[in-house]
Design a protein around this ligand. Structure first.
Ligand code: PMP
Ligand code: GLN
Length: 378
């Protein structure tokens, strides 16, 4: 049967995690923690399951969670989203991104993607008949050249997709970046679909600059988030979208026919858990220690890198080790030395091979040390 996504095959995360499992390798490929979420969170879920919170949640999410999230957003960013009209709970950021794209993109519309781009963006645009228009970010700093973005704007530009902290390269946008983006979209009917799933994982004293903190950007942004990244339970697949009333209405129209609603007992648990800020306030510090541990472990290797500024990924250059294609190398390392990673070329439309691998450091310390030790032998 013909494929609607002929270029996509099976996602790299599925491919590499399966290979890692088959090979008994340390899995530093797919981005998920090797450690568990807080027992308090699972106790809360148990509590709500045992007390009969097991039927469909309201389509937009339970009011308690929408309110908790709205309060948390005000607390962290000093920006208010109305819990009834501007907050929607969905089944993971992947769904949020898909619904946002589907809500705004009509056949023939252009959507600007900055590459390397997270792998679900292009399929979401394509499946809606949109045309992805690429701006390539260059190694080693992967800074956004806003003049290049501006050059790609046409009357058909419907949306720009933004991701900060960035997966895979670990960069974060500055307040100056937000100003430059705002100057481009001001007075234009262009939406922003902002993937901020790593909002609480930012290093070296830097700050996450959410799209919602700039008035020109807030009014046109779908801010997509994920509880999975913040609370170490990626398998629960709960995320959210914060967007102004009219955008939220269009977003919910799509969401109601994709999943309709999201797991009820988990929503109740999160509504309670969100009221304790320490769980996300300490996350950057927690992951900075993991980043530093991994970096220390590979310091004497021949990999070259700039420390990640955010997310739980570190990219490394292997130019001094081999000139193999990054995909081939990632597969070979998984099989031969039992350390799995993600080849960065998969995040480019034309599979540009900059000789970079992505390692996930959301792993227990022992795994980081052991993997690092092995990588030093190359
Ligand atoms: N965006 C980015 C940048 C991601 O790394 C991920 C992976 N978790 C997602 C979106 C998807 O998040 P979720 O698991 O909540 O669907
Ligand atoms: N976001 C995770 C990563 O980048 C993977 C999520 C998925 O497997 N779809 O590794």
């Amino acid at each position: 049967m013909p494929s609607k996504l002929p270029y996509a095959g099976t996602t790299i995360f599925t491919v590499m995690s399966k290979l890692a499992a088959d090979e008994g390798a340390f899995n530093l490929s797919q981005g998920y923690p090797s450690f568990d979420c807080s027992p308090k969170l699972t106790e809360l879920v148990n509590h709500y399951m045992k007390h009969g919170f097991n039927q469909y949640a309201p389509m937009s999410g339970i009011p308690e969670l929408r309110e908790s999230l709205s309060e948390k957003t005000s607390r962290v960013y000093n920006v208010h989203y109305h819990p009834e009209e501007e907050v929607t709970i969905v089944s993971g950021a992947t769904e949020a991104i898909f619904c946002a794209v589907t809500a705004v993109v009509y056949p023939g519309d252009e959507v600007i993607l900055l590459e390397p781009a997270y792998d679900s963006y292009r399929p979401a645009v394509d499946l809606n008949g949109g045309k992805p228009v690429y701006v390539t970010l260059n190694a080693p700093d992967f800074k956004i050249n806003w003049d290049k973005v501006k050059e790609k704007i046409t009357p058909k530009t419907k949306a720009i997709m933004i991701n900060s902290p960035h997966n895979p390269v670990g960069t974060v946008l500055s307040s100056q970046d937000l100003e430059e983006l705002a100057a481009i979209v001001r007075d234009k009917d262009i939406y922003i679909i902002s993937d901020e799933v790593y909002e609480h994982i930012v290093f070296d004293g830097e700050k996450h600059h959410s799209m919602m903190t700039h008035p020109v950007l807030r009014e046109r942004s779908f801010v997509c988030g994920s509880f999975g990244k913040t609370y170490h339970m990626t398998g629960w697949k709960i995320g959210y979208c914060l967007a102004p009333k009219a955008l939220t209405a269009s977003f919910r129209q799509i969401h109601q026919f994709i999943t309709f609603s999201t797991v009820t007992p988990m929503q109740h648990a999160l509504a309670d858990f969100l009221k304790e800020p320490e769980h996300y306030e300490n996350l950057s510090q927690y992951y900075q220690q993991k980043r530093d541990r991994f970096i220390r472990a590979i310091k004497s290797s021949r990999f070259k890198f700039h420390p990640s500024k955010g997310s739980f990924f570190q990219i490394v250059s292997y130019k001094e080790i081999t000139d193999e294609h990054d995909y081939d190398l990632a597969v070979r390392l998984t099989k031969e030395i039992k350390v799995a990673s993600i080849p960065v070329s998969v995040f480019y439309k034309d599979k540009i091979d900059n000789k970079l691998l992505r390692f996930c450091f959301a792993k227990d310390d022992e795994m980081l040390d052991r993997a690092g030790e092995i990588l030093c032998s190359l």
